[in-house]
Design a protein around this ligand. Structure first.
Ligand code: FES
Length: 152
C-alpha cells in the first residue's frame, strides 16, 4: 500500500517536473529566437545597378538611394557631373544619409551628422567616414554600376 503511494507520488513529481520544463521552454524559446535574429547572407553580387544617369539627373537633390545586397547605397551627381557612390548607412546609428546640394555635404537627418563629398565625417556624431564605393557609368546602356572596389 505504501509502496503504491510512493510510486504514484514519484510519477506525479515526474509529470510536474516535465510540465515545468515544458513551460520554461515555451517561454524561453521565443525569447531566444527574438534576441538572436536570423543570419542574412551578405550580397553575393560584386556589382549592382544603381539606376540610370537620366534618373539621377531628374532626381530631386541629384542623388539616388539603391540597395547593394542588404546595405543601402547612395549615388550622387556632383556639381562637376562626376558620379560618386557611398554606403548610405550613417556610421553613427545607421540612418540613411542624403545629399544636400545647398550645403554641398552628405547629411544624416537623424542627428545632423555631416560628411564631405569624399565621405569623410566632418561634423556631428558620426565616428567614421562613409564607405566609398566605385561608380562606373556605361554610356551605351545609360546605367550606373556600383562595386565595392578592390579590398572592400
Ligand atoms: S544616425 Fe546619423 S548622425 Fe546619428
Amino acid at each position: 500500500m505504501q509502496n503504491d503511494t510512493l510510486k504514484r507520488r514519484s510519477f506525479l513529481n515526474y509529470l510536474l517536473g516535465g510540465g515545468v520544463i515544458a513551460v520554461l521552454a515555451a517561454i524561453g524559446f521565443p525569447i531566444y529566437k527574438y534576441l538572436k535574429p536570423p543570419k542574412i547572407p551578405e550580397a553575393a553580387e560584386s556589382q549592382v545597378t544603381a539606376g540610370t544617369l537620366a534618373e539621377l539627373q531628374a532626381a530631386e537633390g541629384r542623388y539616388k538611394i539603391f540597395r547593394f545586397g542588404r546595405k543601402p547605397g547612395i549615388v550622387v551627381l556632383m556639381p562637376n557631373n562626376e558620379i560618386r557612390a557611398f554606403s548610405a548607412s550613417c556610421t553613427h546609428l545607421d540612418c540613411i544619409v542624403q545629399y544636400r546640394p545647398d550645403l554641398n555635404v552628405l547629411w544624416c537627418p537623424c542627428h545632423n551628422g555631416k560628411y564631405d563629398l569624399t565621405g569623410r565625417n566632418i561634423s556631428g556624431p558620426p565616428p567614421r567616414p562613409l564607405e566609398q564605393w566605385v561608380a562606373h557609368y556605361d554610356k551605351a546602356s545609360d546605367n550606373i554600376f556600383v562595386s565595392k572596389g578592390e579590398g572592400a
